[in-house]
Design a binder for this molecule. Structure first.
Ligand code: SF4
Length: 64
């Protein structure tokens, strides 16, 4: 599973990196970024889905 963030949609609400800090992080301005290349460890899949589902801007895409 892999996650990506559409930077044009992200408004920096921070839900993703609050809910799944192993998968998402923030840049210097609080906008969401994927950790490394966005590949999600099996241990973090549930948190990643939760973070993506709670993005208020629907900026996160999940690819199986
Ligand atoms: S939850 Fe969505 S809008 Fe908020 S920082 Fe993450 S990607 Fe950006």
């Amino acid at each position: 599973m892999k996650v990506t963030i559409d930077a044009a949609k992200c408004m920096g609400h921070g839900m993703c990196y609050s809910l799944a800090p192993n998968v998402f992080t923030d840049d210097d301005h609080g906008y969401g970024q994927v950790v490394a290349d966005g590949e999600v460890s099996p241990l973090d899949v549930e948190a990643a889905r939760n973070g993506a589902a709670n993005c208020p801007e629907a900026a996160i895409s999940v690819t199986e």
